[in-house]
Write a protein that binds this ligand. Structure first.
Ligand code: PEP
Ligand code: MN
Length: 363
């Protein structure tokens, strides 16, 4: 996949790279005034505004439609690049016709390969940057698939937007971040820029700062944060929008840490710590090898004496004692329980293999 550098299509006006603007374009004044204030108070690289709003329930504000694209033209006249969400072929054609600078595909669209393909087909032969939000649920393949569909149309100016994932029930965040997904995406496509959208992750402006900080600490390439002239009267996502001024205050609180370590003294210390981790990991793996050997012996023993592999009481005892030890050692109980679960799954698998091996030998 050919992926252009972010700097090829988005001017880096400040640190971190910032995409901002209202959830939805509501009136010409709201759009223009928000853009002006963002220009005054922040170093915004790209102005966002939803023109077509995918809403969970009908009768909510569904966006102003095509007329909003004229308002984005006025924002361009201020010297800002613009972006809007496209969810089907018609949106895409209209956004192209009105010269929107960058397109984004929303979470509700990424889940649907038909819609993504329909958009990708319109984009064949067009040179425009496209940002692809993660799908509503935590499915990396679906996210990758959408990126591939757009890339297959010849689009090289690509970025992913991490906006969190829906989970059932009441949770702290509107959409759980599951940071391991963008990290995995980075591992698979190291050159793909990833922008974090803490507005849609948190759903609440009070929680945006720590999530934005974490995104930067994980090496994400920029932030998309919703802003509104007056969030209290916003027609969509009122609770998560910030005034441009409050956004500038938030941005000043972010700590920008460098991705690589240029200072040789810092590098020295880091090398020592990394060496320690390497050694510890080696010890852990050697212990794991010993554990596997004992499990194999146990499998043989159980088979010879007609004992079932899974013993509920033993498993409960393992969980209980390891959790207690975790607590005593000041380790995260949750982390250790997860680890036990993994070890136990592997243990069952190995013992099963031992039993079957014996069966085959007898046959
Ligand atoms: C949005 O950016 O306003 C939006 C609708 O986002 P998402 O697709 O992440 O829900
Ligand atoms: Mn929104």
């Amino acid at each position: 996949m050919t992926i252009a550098a972010l700097a090829d299509w988005l001017p880096l006006k400040g640190q971190p790279l910032l995409i901002s603007g209202p959830c939805g374009a509501e009136t010409p004044d709201q759009v223009l005034e928000t853009a002006r204030l963002l220009q005054t108070h922040t170093s915004i690289s790209l102005f966002r505004a939803g023109i077509w709003k995918p809403r969970t329930r009908p009768n909510a504000f569904e966006g102003v439609g095509e007329i909003g694209l004229h308002w984005l033209k006025e924002v361009q006249a201020l010297g800002l690049k613009t972006t809007t969400e496209v969810a089907n072929a018609q949106h895409t054609e209209l956004a192209l016709k009105h010269g929107v600078d960058v397109l984004w595909i929303g979470a509700r669209t990424t889940v649907n390969p038909f819609s993504v393909q329909e958009i990708a087909d319109v984009l064949k032969g067009v040179d425009i940057p496209v940002m692809i939000k993660n799908p509503i649920h935590a499915d990396l393949q679906l996210w990758l698939g959408a990126i591939e569909r757009v890339a297959n149309s010849g689009i090289t100016k690509l970025a992913a937007i991490h906006r969190g994932f829906h989970v059932y029930g009441k949770t702290k965040y509107r959409n759980k971040p599951f940071w391991q997904l963008p990290i995995e995406l980075r591992t698979i496509l190291p050159h793909l820029p990833i922008i974090c959208d803490p507005s849609h992750i948190t759903g609440k402006r009070e929680l945006i700062l720590p999530v934005a900080q974490k995104a930067l600490d994980l090496g994400m390439d920029g932030l998309m944060i919703e802003s509104h002239l007056d969030p209290s009267v916003a027609l969509s996502d009122a609770q998560q929008q910030l005034t441009p001024f409050d956004l500038s205050t938030l941005l000043k609180q972010l700590v920008i840490r460098s991705g690589s370590v240029a200072n040789p003294f810092l590098m020295d210390k880091l090398m020592t710590l990394r060496n320690n981790i390497d050694e510890i990991d080696e010890e852990v793996l050697n212990l794991l090898k010993r554990r596997v050997q004992v499990i194999e012996e146990m499998g043989v023993y159980k088979k010879e004496h007609g004992i079932q592999i899974f013993q509920l009481e033993r498993w409960q005892e393992i969980l209980r004692t390891r959790s207690q030890l975790a607590e005593k050692l000041g380790l995260s109980r949750q982390h250790v329980e997860k680890l036990c679960q993994l070890l136990h799954e592997e243990s069952i698998k190995i013992q099963n293999e031992v039993m079957n091996r014996k069966l085959e030998e007898r046959a």
